[in-house]
Design a protein around this ligand. Structure first.
Ligand SMILES: CC(C)(COP(=O)(O)OP(=O)(O)OC[C@H]1O[C@@H](n2cnc3c(N)ncnc32)[C@H](O)[C@@H]1OP(=O)(O)O)[C@@H](O)C(=O)NCCC(=O)NCCS
Length: 169
């Protein structure tokens, strides 16, 4: 069965059995994805195989403190806090790893962030890395750690807009 495109999570998607190798991200999908989306805390975008979710990410509006922001994000005299967009979760089932699903999800997330920032503003995309491996993953996408927290990384919308045409991912 061919994989789906990236879709908004709905009641027809199956969440059971998803395993990305990181228990917290498995538990978030089965325990919080539906309710958090229903309550407006986040949007959850999924790729599925015959309705079984094989990859997902969560997207939400967010803010960062100017003192946390690296120079590339903090330029000028930014407001406090700085409005941003957050990719709160990103995970791909281990049985489908290495097939480009993660990259497709990230590109989709970044495009949505640009579209969101075009409508309501937003200086940067912020991500929360679940561990050191995830920090390296986001660094490979050009994200820079917050000054006070290595597991929070960000990249300016401006920079992402320019880079999206890159062949790097
Ligand atoms: C990170 C993750 C989403 C990647 O998904 P995937 O579908 O296997 O990724 P892709 O097939 O698109 O691979 C894209 C590239 O990322 C690279 N990559 C994977 N993990 C990486 C890491 N920790 N650091 C740097 N690069 C990494 C791969 O080597 C691949 O590079 P290549 O195309 O040059 O070979 C997946 O491994 C996962 O769910 N991990 C557990 C959860 C997690 O750590 N999420 C990260 C954000 S919290």
């Amino acid at each position: 069965m061919a994989l789906s495109g990236v879709e908004l999570l709905d009641d027809t998607h199956r969440l059971d059995g998803f395993d990305c190798g990181k228990p917290a991200l498995n538990a978030w999908l089965s325990g919080f994805a539906r309710t958090n989306q229903a309550r407006g805390f986040t949007r959850v975008l999924v790729v599925h195989d015959a309705r079984a979710v094989v990859g997902y990410y969560g997207l939400a509006p967010s803010v960062i403190q100017p003192n946390s922001a690296p120079r590339a994000v903090r330029t000028g005299r930014p407001p406090d806090p700085i409005p941003c967009l957050l990719i709160g979760q990103l995970a791909v089932d281990r049985r489908h790893a290495g097939q480009g699903i993660g990259s497709a999800l990230v590109r989709d997330a970044l495009r949505r962030c640009i579209a969101g920032a075009d409508i309501v503003g937003g200086r940067a995309v912020v991500v929360r890395a679940i561990d050191a491996e995830a920090e390296r993953y986001w660094q490979s996408w050009g994200f820079i750690a917050a000054r006070d927290n290595p597991s929070v990384l960000m990249r300016s919308i401006q920079d992402i807009r320019l880079a999206l045409g890159d062949a790097a991912h």
